[in-house]
Design a protein around this ligand. Structure first.
Ligand SMILES: [Zn+2]
Ligand SMILES: [Zn+2]
Length: 158
C-alpha cells in the first residue's frame, strides 16, 4: 500500500533557493501529478516533475520572477515562473486554464506529504521512477485535466 501522509492545512508556502521569491497557496490542492515528458526532464533538470495543482486566485507571491512561455507539441502554452536571481523554477501557469496554477513540489517548504495521485507521459518514464499502486497512469497528456483532479479527490477525500 502506498503511504500517503495527510495534506497539511493551508497555506502551502514555498520559495526559491536564494530566498528572493516566496509564494503561497492558501487553499487545499486539487492535484498531485508527476509528468515524465521530455520537456519536464529538461525544465526541472530531474527525471520528472512532481507538482501540485491549485486555484490561482488562492495563489500569491513576492519577489522578482522571470517567466518563460513554453508551447507544447499539443499547442498548449504555459508560463513557467522562475526566480530572477537564482533561476529556480517554482510554478507554471497554463494559458488555457487561467484559474489554475501548478507548483513544483520540491519548492514547497514542506514537500514531505506530496505523493503523486497521477502520472502522465508514462511512456517516457525514467527507469529509476517508482509508480504508486493507487496512482493513475496516463500515456501522453490527458485531454481533460479533470481526470487528474478526480484521481486526487479519490485518494484524498475531504
Ligand atoms: Zn531565488
Ligand atoms: Zn511534462
Amino acid at each position: 500500500m502506498t503511504q500517503r501522509p495527510p495534506i497539511p492545512a493551508p497555506p502551502h508556502k514555498g520559495g526559491c533557493l536564494c530566498g528572493g521569491v516566496r509564494f503561497q497557496l492558501d487553499a487545499r490542492p486539487i492535484a498531485a501529478n508527476a509528468c515524465h515528458c521530455s520537456a519536464c526532464k529538461k525544465l526541472t533538470g530531474a527525471t520528472n516533475l512532481l507538482m501540485i495543482g491549485g486555484a490561482r486566485d488562492a495563489f500569491s507571491h513576492d519577489g522578482s520572477v522571470q517567466r518563460y512561455r513554453r508551447r507544447a507539441d499539443s499547442g498548449r502554452e504555459v508560463d513557467i515562473a522562475r526566480c530572477a536571481t537564482c533561476g529556480v523554477r517554482m510554478w507554471h501557469e497554463p494559458l488555457t486554464a487561467p484559474a489554475l496554477v501548478f507548483i513544483s513540489a520540491g519548492t514547497l517548504d514542506d514537500p514531505s506529504w506530496v505523493v503523486p495521485a497521477s502520472h502522465i507521459w508514462v511512456e517516457k518514464v525514467s527507469p529509476g521512477v517508482l509508480f504508486q499502486d493507487d496512482a493513475i497512469r496516463i500515456e501522453g497528456q490527458p485531454t481533460q485535466r479533470e481526470v487528474l483532479f478526480e484521481a486526487f479527490a479519490r485518494l484524498y477525500p475531504l
